[in-house]
Design a protein around this ligand. Structure first.
Ligand SMILES: C[S+](C)CC[C@H](N)C(=O)O
Ligand SMILES: N[C@@H](CCS)C(=O)O
Ligand SMILES: [Zn+2]
Length: 324
């Protein structure tokens, strides 16, 4: 049965209510695909797996559900029509690959619920990575697109991709690793212009605990997201754990919507080698002891991003249940 626009927009609130005020997002999908043997050192990054090993994506989604996640983020972060076309796929096949990312997560949810004795709500969030992710040069961590990329360029870039993902029926759209104000604005305008009624979250990335990675103001970008009718949660992803607390405090000042955080391990990404490099930031396992502090500070949706694993999600889940 089709859900009404109002039912659709309440999914996050309902999940939080059912769960007692918090919910666990999954961990790094790409990271776990790599840990399972996938080679994603490629311009399409993890979205390459949509045509090379779709069954592995389904397995990794299942592993995250078994670890305690209630929200699965699809393998579409770097899946774009332009990226697939440049690899020789037709328009039709490119759109089918985008839909496939949502279908794989839905299949994992169905498989999990079939064998899970305790039924629980599980949401599918369709990942939309930035234009910088598509460029495959790590520019989602700088937000520097040069002077020729305009608001209109970005809207044109994302428009059909967003429509196809929405038509595949996810519960949510996850705008992730948003690096700058212009792309935030592009997403908000597209949701409106395309009459999309699927709820969305806006997750920004930061490398200083104050602003988002481009240097644009978190307060300003968060407020643009907050004023968007579709927006049901705002937060931070793929950011070192040591910055998270201050960022949550900043966000509590600009929104009453649920705050989400899913940090990375604190390592740095080398876009040329497509490898993560150890830094003083520590390891993913280190952040589980902080999740209750982050929850008390105002975050209600908590998970992990790059270089986190089902073990991270298990530890987050245990900590929030009071077992850490
Ligand atoms: C979130 S980053 C690690 C994704 C990969 C990057 N866009 C690249 O293509 O190198
Ligand atoms: N959700 C993405 C990473 C965003 S930085 C993935 O792991 O595939
Ligand atoms: Zn990440």
């Amino acid at each position: 049965m089709d859900r009404t626009a109002e039912e659709k927009s309440n999914v996050v609130e309902e999940l939080l209510r059912e769960n007692g005020g918090w919910a666990v997002i999954d961990g790094g999908l790409a990271t776990e695909l790599e840990s399972n043997g996938a080679d994603i050192r490629d311009a399409l990054w993890s979205s390459k797996c949509l045509f090379t090993c779709p069954e592995l994506i389904r397995k990794v989604h299942l592993d995250y559900l078994e670890a305690g996640a209630s929200i699965l983020i699809t393998a579409s972060y770097q899946a774009t029509i332009q990226g697939f076309l440049s690899r020789g796929f037709s328009q039709e096949d490119s759109e089918a690959l985008l839909r496939k990312s949502v279908e794989l997560a839905v299949e994992a949810r169905d498989l999990y619920l079939k064998k899970c004795p305790q039924k629980r709500q599980i949401l599918i969030a369709a990942s939309v990575g930035s234009y910088g992710a598509y460029l495959a040069d790590g520019s989602e961590y700088s937000g520097d697109y040069g002077e020729y990329v305009t608001l209109e360029t970005l809207k044109e870039f994302h428009r059909r991709r967003l429509q196809v993902l929405v038509e595949a029926g996810p519960d949510l759209i996850a705008f992730e690793t948003i690096p700058n104000k212009i792309e935030t604005q592009a997403y908000v305008e597209l949701l409106e212009e395309c009459n999309i009624d699927t709820p969305a979250w806006f997750a920004f990335s930061s490398k200083d605990g104050v602003n988002i990675v481009s240097g644009d103001s978190l307060v300003e970008c968060g407020s643009i997201a907050d004023s968007c009718h579709n927006c049901v949660a705002i937060g931070i992803n793929c950011t070192p754990p040591r910055f998270i607390h201050d960022l949550i405090i900043s966000m509590t000042k600009i929104t009453k919507k649920p705050i989400l955080i899913y940090p990375n391990s604190g390592e740095s990404y080398d876009p040329e080698k497509k490898e993560w490099v150890k830094s003083a930031g520590g390891s993913a396992e280190d952040f589980a002891p902080f999740v209750n502090i982050w929850h008390e500070a105002g975050a209600s949706l908590i998970g992990g991003c790059c270089r986190t694993s089902p073990d991270t999600v298990r530890a987050i889940s245990r900590a929030l249940k009071g077992g850490a």
